[in-house]
Design a protein around this ligand. Sequence first.
Ligand SMILES: Cc1cc2nc3c(=O)[nH]c(=O)nc-3n(C[C@H](O)[C@H](O)[C@H](O)COP(=O)(O)O)c2cc1C
Length: 229
Amino acid sequence: MDVYEAVTSRRAVRGFTDRPVPREVLERVLSAAAWAPSGSNLQPWRAYVLTGGPLAELKKRAGKRVVAGDPWDEREYEMYPSALKSPYRERRSRFGKERYSALGVSREDWEARQRAASDNWQAFGAPAALFCYIDRDLGRPQWADVGMYLQTVMLLLRAEGLHSCPQMAWSVYRKTVAEILSPPDQLILFCGMSIGFEDVTVDYIRTGRAPLDETVTFVEDSVLQSHAE
Ligand SMILES: Cc1cc2nc3c(=O)[nH]c(=O)nc-3n(C[C@H](O)[C@H](O)[C@H](O)COP(=O)(O)O)c2cc1C
């Protein structure tokens, strides 16, 4: 698979089969992903990979919290600014519409939306999950490094015929995740990631992207010429 195909075939998959992911595949992917760039080569990511009994136990405990309507753990970082401005607000709302209409859930059906969201904490049925932490003393550039690392992992998973879904949702049950992983207090859970083989019977709507000229500006010779005129 070439890099373009890996990039364009990666998407947030929210339904996996129970076919196990071999340990050696995960090791191959994570060994290669370690080559992701980071400022001054700090490599600020700290990943835990869960499969088998420990993942089943995490799903069980998280599921109990969902059923009990347990409040979310207090935030260690804000997922989004409280007042999302344009154009992000519109993009987010479009994403929500697409996500729930693919499931046949209406905007008003709050309970069905909650049920769909709760699949997050079953790792969408995936047989493997990765939890990525970062040292709480590190700053924004290092969080960006972690993003590059996670995308590298996701692209390499594509090369192995696997799919993934990155999930900040796990951060709201971070204490339950910590019960299973026992990470040092010094670490903040940024993101989980479900990993496995896609369940192709699950419906989805492929997300779109903003037109290139909304997010990219080319500054080239013609710009200098127009300044000179
Ligand atoms: C850091 C990060 C966190 C995300 N958290 C969640 C999540 O908690 N649950 C979920 O279903 N999708 C999550 N997503 C997936 C995004 O919704 C998805 O990447 C986006 O809508 C674009 O769609 P695509 O990945 O299918 O191209 C997350 C993505 C990123 C990059």
